[in-house]
Design a binder for this molecule. Structure first.
Ligand code: HEC
Ligand code: HEC
Length: 315
């Protein structure tokens, strides 16, 4: 640094209002640097603005396309009376809106210590693997199960906490809520069973091993019979299998007159897989006689039917 410059600097420090001070002086690189930074920031800003604008336009277009795709997918599915898994189950369910805010809070947010029903049973009560589908089960059946969990007659740690936390009125409200939900079946076979064997067990039973036809109690196509017989059609196959195994092992003990205990004890593990898988192929509620006939038609000719006059409930 030259002596002259040195003097200038010291002067500037001593007297800030120095008139000789010139911010644009060549010897001071800072203003140029500031210029460069401002210019760079400006350019960057303009470029980002344009590229963001473009990508926003693009993603908006993709979203509209996706929505249109979903809607047409859903319309096609509804027209075919099917419920592809790719569609959000809540979007397929009717009856979800018929509930008090208190019930909706229990279902969707949870109460006290307990998680929401939806967090385990799905947003439309569709169930998942060994957590059962609740949508469409008879309200009386749901009420009974909740009281059984709460009293310990039916054992499950999660459901013990949940059921104990609900008042009788809340149990009834929540049961009516789930009963009202109309949701097509969302399940498909996956237990490694044999469908034809499952169909025979469900429709005719196996008299050699004392297994009565499931449909003799659970409805002509497994749709359930209120108040006491839950639907099997549309129920999660993992859950059906798990319950049969639990009865066989003596772990589920709340079935009236031990009906299901006796049946499950007669079944082989492979038969349990087969019937669970077959039930997962059925529509929830055959809407008319033609649909019901279509469910039952699969038995045409292939298997021997019961000798006429034989009554399942007698054996
Ligand atoms: C932490 C997970 C969890 C939560 C939360 C939960 N459940 Fe469950 N629920 C289960 C499981 C797992 C089973 C199956 C129990 C078994 O295997 O016996 C079950 C079984 C049931 C059953 C018996 C269904 C049948 O077909 O027999 C009913 C009814 C039920 N739950 C209702 C509810 C309601 C109502 C709520 C909310 C108030 C709720 N659950 C919250 C996990 C849960
Ligand atoms: C004699 C009548 C009867 C027959 C036949 C029968 N069930 Fe059941 N089943 C019941 C009753 C009653 C219940 C309800 C048990 C309860 O309230 O805990 C039930 C419940 C069930 C459940 C529990 C569903 C749920 O949501 O928790 C499954 C699974 C089941 N049965 C499967 C079968 C299968 C598979 C067959 C055929 C192999 C069959 N049942 C035959 C009377 C019967």
């Amino acid at each position: 640094m030259s002596k002259k410059n040195f003097e200038k600097v010291t002067q500037a420090q001593a007297a800030p209002a120095d008139e000789a001070f010139d911010p644009w002086e060549q010897g001071r690189p800072i203003p140029l640097f500031v210029f460069a930074v401002v210019f760079a920031l400006g350019t960057w800003g303009v470029l980002t603005y344009f590229s963001e604008h473009k990508s926003q336009e693009k993603s908006a277009a993709v979203r509209t396309e996706q929505k249109a795709g979903e809607t047409s997918h859903m319309q096609a599915a509804l027209a075919a009376g099917q419920a592809p898994d790719s569609i959000n189950p809540a979007a397929k369910a009717s009856g979800l809106q018929n509930a008090s805010p208190e019930t909706l809070a229990i279902v969707g947010v949870g109460k006290g210590q307990a998680w929401s029903c939806a967090s385990c049973h799905g947003e439309a009560g569709q169930g998942n693997l060994s957590t059962p589908r609740l949508a469409g089960l008879p309200a009386e059946y749901i009420v009974k199960q909740l009281h059984d969990f709460s009293s310990g007659l039916r054992t499950n740690e999660s459901m013990l906490v949940v059921a104990k936390g609900l008042s009788s009125t809340e149990i009834e409200d929540v049961a009516r809520y789930y009963e009202q939900i109309g949701l097509p079946s969302t399940v498909s076979p996956g237990m490694g069973g044999e469908l034809e064997r499952g169909r025979i067990l469900a429709q005719q039973g196996d008299w050699k091993s004392n297994v009565p036809a499931c449909f003799s109690c659970h409805g002509m196509s497994g749709e359930g019979v209120a108040p006491g017989f839950p639907a099997l059609a549309g129920q999660q196959p993992d859950y059906i299998f798990a319950q049969l195994a639990a009865w066989q092992a003596g772990e589920r003990k709340n079935s009236p007159q031990s009906l299901m205990d006796g049946i499950a004890k007669q079944m082989s593990v492979q038969d349990m897989r087969s019937v669970s898988d077959y039930l997962a192929t059925l529509p929830l509620h055959p809407k008319n006689e033609a649909e019901r006939a279509a469910v039952l038609r699969s038995d045409s000719g292939k298997s021997q039917s019961l000798p006429s006059g034989e009554n399942p409930s007698k054996s």
